[in-house]
Write a protein that binds this ligand. Structure first.
Ligand SMILES: Cc1cc2nc3c(=O)[nH]c(=O)nc-3n(C[C@H](O)[C@H](O)[C@H](O)COP(=O)(O)O)c2cc1C
Length: 182
């Protein structure tokens, strides 16, 4: 059994599974919208920065450019249906929060609200933007970070408690093991 070649355009899924978050932003009247995102990565500790690759086609892209802030809401494995709802429909044509059982709460440092049921919440202000092919790297400065009390041990997830929703690509999901391997 050797290596088989895949199309370069399919490489991204070979770097997954990755945690799924709903990126919440608001329109000019303050109405919230959310979008599922798996192409997320930290880029700096000091200042604390996170990059999200967002296609300019997304309504979320338009909203973040206007409101200049957003929240990152990491999902757990019980929220796979929400990931599909927020990842398959656009807020241009549907109020996704009205269709979901998720509840929004007021953020402390940013205008965009956060999802009360999320495993982890990052309140972010827009720090910088970089064109990057058919997506754009939206860099957020993490102003506040929260995690569910039972899901953390020291400064890492307690893997026996946190069931992080992981996206494989092509509509397939998995979750984390319930024990560490080291
Ligand atoms: C699990 C999952 C992960 C996704 N990750 C991203 C992503 O990282 N970046 C992106 O631009 N779109 C991503 N998408 C697609 C958007 O979530 C989707 O196009 C969504 O309908 C956009 O919503 P909006 O138009 O309301 O912003 C993902 C979809 C799913 C289901």
């Amino acid at each position: 059994m050797g290596l088989i070649e895949v199309k370069p355009r399919s490489f991204a899924y070979l770097l997954q599974p990755k945690p799924v978050a709903i990126i919440v932003s608001i329109d000019s009247s303050g109405k919230p919208n959310g979008m599922s995102a798996a192409w997320l990565t930290p880029t700096s500790r000091d200042p604390p920065l996170i990059a999200v690759a967002i296609s300019p086609k997304r309504y979320t892209y338009e909203l973040i450019k206007q409101s200049r802030d957003f929240t990152v809401n990491v999902l757990d494995a019980s929220m796979v249906n929400e990931s599909e709802l927020f990842g398959r429909y656009s807020g241009r044509s549907m109020d996704k929060f009205e269709k979901s059982r998720l509840t929004l709460a007021r953020s402390k440092m940013v205008k965009s609200p956060y999802i009360a049921e999320a495993l982890t919440v990052l309140e972010c202000t827009l720090y910088s933007e970089y064109p990057a092919g058919d997506h754009e790297l939206i860099i957020g400065k993490v102003e506040k970070a929260y995690v569910r009390e039972e899901a953390i041990e020291g400064d890492t997830y307690n893997i026996s408690k946190a069931k992080i929703l992981l996206y494989l690509g092509s509509g397939k999901y998995t979750t984390t093991l319930d024990k560490q391997i080291t």
